[in-house]
Design a protein around this ligand. Structure first.
Ligand code: PLP
Length: 374
């Protein structure tokens, strides 16, 4: 079994910086920064660069994205954000009136808003599964899918974990249940691709999307949308010269201004690193780091989800009585960078994190804890 070591040398991160906020955004590896700089220089001096060379970089990024989710490049569209991807997905589902759209409570807005509109325009209800007290989203969602007397399942919009605190949502069990119930499956894999193995053949989603600015170590303003072969005959949100016929496959959903010489090579460079390290090896490395954080936090009297109920790369830590005002800033002042989401302290390491970072984070938490009312 591959064991991945700390990859900090690929980043420009000074010693002492403990960056545990990959679920929010990630630093660029040096190779990704250089790819972006090369693109900026090309755009600064276009007469020195044949424009015809850029589509090959676009296709390399598309192929890199496809490889990370086990898809064919023809099944991948290049879009501007996850919200763009989700709006495209919602536009191209045509559920019958009277059905329901299923999702979890406190879901990320990009995965809610286009489907709220779909429900409104097509006469569906939206069923929101509440946060289960025991943290078992999978059982709560299965119960909702199978609830006797419920309207037919039209669409399930799911993620492999809750974005706020990393509690697991087991798509290996949920995807087949959604398919058996006859629902379409839309997956937001933002908090998964780059941090754990993702395989469209396993989950068979109708649509699946992820951006590049988080776990795949790339730029802002870019995301990728997998469309199942049966979902490729629809309409793009933004019709343009590149996505009109004869464009085929998921390229029908490509955004305009496609051949960005900056963002796409950056994305490609990030995908190459993730591919070299391997999502399974990354996941094992991150599991080791979050397990250490979880044990240390529990020893400090903080509540963490049990190992089987959380993904390996995100740890939501709850402080009895809630996080005090200014806690995230107090952590940052001691060079521990993390986020607060829905009341949880969200710690999300990536490949640059080492044991010293974990020790530092736990020391700082122990120092700040006496100030927390408990
Ligand atoms: C679950 C999830 N989906 C999507 C996004 C980003 O969405 P968008 O690209 O629409 O800004 C985030 C960002 O935090 C997220 O956590």
């Amino acid at each position: 079994m591959d064991v991945l070591s700390c990859q900090r040398r690929h980043f420009e991160m000074p010693p002492g910086v403990c960056f545990l906020d990959a679920a929010a955004w990630t630093p660029l590896p040096t190779a990704v920064r250089r790819a972006g700089e090369a693109g900026i220089l090309a755009k600064a001096r276009p007469w020195e660069h044949a424009r015809s060379a850029f589509p090959a970089q676009t296709e390399a990024a598309r192929a890199g994205a496809a490889a990370l989710v086990g898809a064919a490049p023809d099944d991948i569209a290049i879009v501007g954000s996850v919200s763009h991807a989700m709006a495209t997905a919602a536009l191209n589902l045509a559920p019958s009136p009277g059905g329901r759209i299923l999702r979890v409570e406190d879901e990320f807005p990009s995965l809610c808003l286009p489907f709220d509109r779909l429900a409104e325009t097509r006469g569906l209800t939206v069923e929101v599964v509440g946060r289960p007290p025991d943290g078992d989203w999978t059982e709560a969602l299965l119960a909702a899918i199978h609830r006797p007397g419920a309207p037919p399942l039209a669409v399930a919009t799911l993620t492999p974990s809750h974005w706020t605190d990393g509690t697991a949502i087991d798509l290996d069990r949920l995807a087949p249940a959604v398919h058996r119930a006859g629902g379409a499956l839309v997956i937001d894999a933002t908090q998964a691709v780059g941090a754990m193995p993702v395989d469209v053949a396993r989950w068979r989603p109708d649509f699946l999307a992820f951006p590049t600015y988080k776990w795949t170590l790339g730029p802002y303003g870019l995301a990728f949308l997998y469309a199942a072969p049966g979902r490729q005959g629809g309409h793009p949100l933004d019709e343009n010269n590149g996505n009109r016929p004869p464009a085929e496959g998921a390229r029908r959903y490509d955004r305009g201004e496609l051949h960005d010489p900056v963002a796409l090579p950056m994305a490609g460079a990030g995908f190459a690193l993730i591919g070299e390290w391997g999502p399974a090896a990354i996941s094992r490395r991150l599991a080791y780091l979050t397990d250490r954080l979880a044990e240390g936090c529990a020893a400090l009297g903080l509540a963490v989800p049990p190992q089987g109920r959380r993904v390996p790369h995100v740890l939501g830590v709850r402080v009895p009585g809630g996080l005090p005002d200014g806690f995230i800033a107090a952590l940052a002042a001691r060079q521990v960078h993390a986020s607060e989401r829905s009341g949880a302290l969200r710690l999300s390491p990536h490949v640059w994190v080492d044991d010293g970072d974990i020790d530092h984070c736990l020391t700082v938490l122990a120092d700040l804890l006496p100030a927390i009312p408990r």
